[in-house]
Design a protein around this ligand. Structure first.
Ligand code: 25A
Ligand code: L14
Length: 348
């Protein structure tokens, strides 16, 4: 097993890229050197890495020579263009965009749920959508125990999902409204300050949004069970960090709320926070900056025979993106899988 690795972060100046650098440093990932890559716009600027700063370099096709591992979070089109060249240089890519997730050649991995899928990787590994990650971490132990047949989920998604520009939009609209000015609308189709938008990513022909359909398709791929039916409504809310989800599940076998609570209490990556009498339940403001997926409001759905309702909250930039990507990298190291078997597979 290689003990010191050359690691690159592509999109290092973004909300997720910065968090990737901070998670790598925090967890003492065994990197002998780290490269911060972004567009030409940011080349020459600096980003923090632990107690150090890295000078940002422009991402090019040649950036990955001698690099062992690359974490990408620079948007789908950047991943489509550059990840194949990274893999061709023998660099294993963990990609946070939607570009490769449903590609049969690419494992789609949440380490608490399907780490074994990494065994068959071909150089590009996909990190799932933030809303999907936190949902499957909570659903996996329940599925193993009782067989989930159907999931109905509604999300309450933070603006940091859209990166720096989403955070800036909420901040500036709140300031403008408090100063009696009309809020300027730049990033979302409508005002987000003091509002909720049932619209994340683009609308598709079936009248769902792409974000909603990611939750449907990615859940099936990660859980490796096409028998789980999923339907989603994804909503943007004026919260900076932390996605919340109301999840209703129907199972093959009956599971009481007490049994579900016990299963979740020992599940990896989960923290149960469920004491309504003490007004304790998961909240975005508490999940921000944390690693766990918080689960609470666990109760039986009294309208059907085998149903449960859950409230699931996690930091979308950490577990939903940067942390999950670094955990995938740690799992690759542990399994001695940091090598590319067919380097030219993705180059057209
Ligand atoms: O395609 P997807 O998968 O849907 O992803 C789309 C976007 O979603 C975010 C991520 O934004 C991504 O760009 N994202 C994806 N998955 C996410 C997840 N799970 C997620 N967000 C949360 N959770 P981001 O803000 O996090 O990161 C953007 C980074 O991408 C870099 N980048 C963009 N194009 C690139 C590129 N890097 C290399 N080559 C390219 N072609 C981008 O770097 C950023 O690091 P940058 O250098 O382009 O921008 C750095 C700063 O420049 C400012 N800026 C932005 N646009 C402009 C600008 N300045 C002047 N003019 C502009 N037009 C910003 O302030 C930015 O911080
Ligand atoms: O597919 O704007 O991972 O909240 C996740 C964040 C798409 C956009 C993805 C957002 C992105 C989404």
């Amino acid at each position: 097993m290689k003990k010191s690795l050359v690691v690159a972060v592509a999109g290092a100046t973004g909300a997720v890229g910065r968090e990737m650098l901070s998670v790598l440093a925090e967890r003492n990932f065994p990197a002998s050197s780290v490269l911060a890559l972004a567009s030409s716009r940011s080349a020459g600027s600096r980003v923090p890495y632990g107690d150090d700063e890295l000078v940002v370099r422009e991402l090019t096709r040649e950036s990955f020579r001698g690099v062992n591992l690359a974490l990408f979070s620079a948007g789908g089109s950047t991943s489509l263009e550059y990840a194949p060249y990274a893999a061709a240089s023998g660099c294993v890519v963990v990609d946070n965009s939607s570009a490769w997730r449903m590609d049969d050649r690419c494992p789609l991995v949440v380490p608490e749920v399907n780490p074994h899928a990494l065994e068959n990787h071909n150089g590009i590994i996909a990190n799932p959508n933030c809303s999907t990650i936190q949902m499957v971490v909570a659903l996996k132990p329940l599925h193993d125990a009782a067989g989930i047949r159907r999931v109905v989920v509604s999300t309450y998604q933070a603006v940091s999902g859209t990166g720096q520009k989403g955070i800036a939009e909420l901040e500036s609209q709140v300031r403008q409204l408090f100063n009696g000015r009309d809020p300027e609308i730049k990033t979302y189709p409508h005002r987000i300050a003091f509002n909720c938008l049932p619209h994340i990513d683009v609308f598709l022909d079936n009248e769902y949004t792409r974000e909603e359909m990611k939750m449907v398709h990615e859940t099936t791929k990660i859980m490796e069970d096409p028998g789980i039916r999923v339907t989603a409504t994804c909503v943007r809310v004026p919260v900076f960090y932390g996605h919340s989800e109301a999840i209703n599940i129907e199972t093959a076998k009956k599971l009481s709320a007490r049994e579900a609570r016990a299963l979740l209490a020992t599940a990896p990556g989960v923290q149960v926070c469920d004491n309504p009498a003490q007004t304790m339940y998961p909240m975005a403001v508490d999940a921000a900056g944390e690693d766990a997926v918080f689960v609470g409001r666990i109760r039986e759905d009294e309208s059907i025979a085998n149903g449960l309702n859950l409230w699931v909250v996690a930091d979308n930039v950490r577990k939903g993106a940067a942390l999950n990507a670094v955990q995938i990298a740690e799992e690759l190291l542990k399994r001695d899988l940091l090598a590319v078997r067919a380097p030219d597979m993705f180059v057209k």
